[in-house]
Design a binder for this molecule. Sequence first.
Ligand SMILES: [Co+2]
Length: 238
Amino acid sequence: MGEGTRRSFLKAAATAAGAAANADLVSAQGPGPDQALEHQAVPSDLTLRVKSLESLLVEKGLVDRAALDALIDTMEHKVGPRNGARVVARAWVDPAYKKRLLENAPSAIAELGYTSGQGEHTLVVENGPTVHNLIVCTLCSCYPWTVLGLPPVWYKSAPYRSRAVIDPRGILREFGMQLSDEVEVRVWDSTAELRYLVLPERPAGTETMTEEQLAALVTRDAMVGVAKVTLPASGGTP
Ligand SMILES: [Co+2]
């Protein structure tokens, strides 16, 4: 096919992929329809159509799965979590904002311009020297998408969903985190009505950083609770 045609196919597919990914957030992925209904509605007809379309486009070789993955990766790692990172950085530099954030997260998050319009509540849970918070949705993939964007694949996976509750320290070890026995691990099970965001600990050595520089340090994983915020190796920016 001509380049123009191919481009429009890719564009359409990219839109479809975005829609499919978003649809995931409001569709059931749980163990069964009955259980999943506790959290979210079953996939809509539109969701199924979008998924079918995406599969067909890939199968026919009209779009490259890698290109779709790259697009979703951008949503997961760059666009979405940057919102949460700004919220975290503000809380680190502004104690009054942090207080508002812990007391009424949706309102404090909306101060920075991020609103979901879906009416679900968000609770921010703060990590500290003796407490580590971890977020999961045991039944499906409920996620604070207003501040974190799309959930990563592992967040939606059955092993993470079950083991985060049964063996949170084991999960954290697999993500490279060794917590001492003195640190209490709190696991928060998200629902469609109540989502969680982790406020990570501000790393030492960042006292002179600007809010913007701090935001650049904050990762999605740290806001889910499977990582800490760390300083880049010396010589890097910021
Ligand atoms: Co859920």
